[in-house]
Ligand binder design. Structure first.
Ligand code: ARG
Length: 399
């Protein structure tokens, strides 16, 4: 008896996930491997990936374009939550995992599989995100993670694959480990493991080097409707087109690069480079619009919710009761977050230079220092008396 009869394997077309196909069958007694490649806008040709899975021994090779759901159901809620892990990482990789888990589970149910499988190693966050998401969606499915157990080096993995007709990578494979989708690129390993090593220019694809950026600033207007970005420079765009357009405009100015030492859930600190142009400005602009349309207490209370939300997503708890409850809170706060934010893009910086909303709580008559001032200055005196009373009493006790 093998570990499972029929398995749906998360498939990228790379050596590791390809080797998983014969490995699951030969070593773990799996009878049928169905592969599933998710199109998240990573830009790879997926027809060759589909064929490669079949050549590597899969009985069925599925390719699913889930770009729209990725942006609408995963990225947009994260923008509403202003989700930046450790204040910096806009979760491009972390947001893709619960969606991939969801389509794996759906495929397993459709094809009558008793397990899902993935090629994650035992050191990263992604294994946690896959395993916990699958468990949350269908706790009866087994989860197989061959690369967590097989203990093969890179060379051994390639040699194992060659025995089963999996070609070793043609081009000298990149020294980096790269995860890519519509939301950006996550780059780690190789020389980047040395935290003092400056990332070489060639690792970037979505953002220009400052030396290559335009010498004149560009203005950009992003319009939100209830916290969801709906148009760019006045043009209404669907979710995928909007993100693609912003990646292009913003990346051109060299904005959206992040170089950080990050705390993984499994206790390891890792050096990660991100480029995530659209997400960086979308969160920046969204937060600014909230400052115009939310009351002070909601704005300030939401910060704590955002922090918890972001950690939940990073730590693989997308499908969890706390995350669902926080979603409800966040959704409620977004009802009036509609309006337009104006940014100026120049030499690696996006600067917000204006914002407007039909729901603006900014009251010029109260804020002005000019003659139109409507604020009752005398009322301040009584307010300060009451506000300061506990402090006054306490100070007397000190005398
Ligand atoms: N550290 C990021 C995360 O946990 C990205 C990991 C993606 N993998 C990579 N090969 N860089 O979400």
């Amino acid at each position: 008896m093998g570990r499972a009869k029929k398995v749906v394997l998360a498939y990228s077309g790379g050596v590791d996930t390809s080797v998983c196909i014969p490995y699951l069958q030969q070593e773990w007694g799996v009878e049928e491997v169905i592969t599933l490649a998710a199109d998240l806008g990573q830009g790879d040709e997926l027809e060759p990936v589909r064929e490669k899975a079949l050549k590597s021994g899969a009985v069925e090779s599925l390719v699913m374009n889930v770009q729209e759901s990725f942006i609408r159901d995963y990225a947009f809620p994260a923008i509403q939550a202003n989700a930046l892990y450790e204040n910096r990482y806009p979760l491009g990789t972390a947001l893709a995992r619960p969606l991939i888990a969801k389509i794996l589970v759906e495929a397993a149910e459709k094809y009558g599989a008793d397990a899902i499988a993935h090629g994650c190693t035992g050191k990263g966050n992604d294994q946690v995100r896959f395993d916990v998401s699958v468990a949350a969606l269908n706790p009866n499915l087994k989860i197989l993670a061959p690369a967590r157990e097989w203990g093969m080096s890179r060379e051994e993995t390639i040699a194992y694959g060659e025995r089963f007709g999996i070609p070793s990578p043609v081009k000298k494979s990149s020294p980096y480990s790269i995860d890519k989708n519509l939301l950006g690129r996550s780059i780690e390993a190789g020389m980047l493991e040395d935290p003092t090593f400056e990332p070489p220019e060639e690792i970037y694809e979505m953002t220009n080097a400052i030396a290559q950026t335009p010498d004149t600033p560009e203005y950009l207007e992003i319009t939100f409707t209830q916290g969801i970005p709906t148009s760019v420079n006045g043009e209404v765009l669907n979710p995928v087109a909007l993100v693609e357009k912003l990646n292009q405009i913003v990346g051109n100015h060299g904005i959206g690069r992040i170089d950080m030492i990050e705390n993984r859930l499994v206790g390891i600190k890792s050096r990660e480079i991100y480029e995530s142009p659209a997400m960086v400005v979308l969160i920046q602009a969204h937060r600014d619009l909230e400052s115009l349309t939310l009351t002070a207490d909601v704005t300030q209370y939401k910060r704590g919710i955002e922090d918890t939300y972001t950690k939940l997503v990073y730590n693989g708890l997308w499908y969890s009761p706390l995350k669902t409850a926080l979603d409800a809170f966040i959704q409620k706060t977004q009802e009036r977050v509609s309006g337009t934010v104006r940014l100026k893009l120049f030499k690696g910086n996006a600067t917000i230079v204006g914002r407007s909303s039909e729901n603006s709580l900014y009251t010029p008559d109260l804020a002005t220092y000019g003659a139109e001032d409507q604020f009752d200055h005398k009322a301040a005196e009584g307010f300060i008396y009451v506000w300061g009373l506990p402090t006054r009493i306490w100070a007397k006790g000190n005398q």
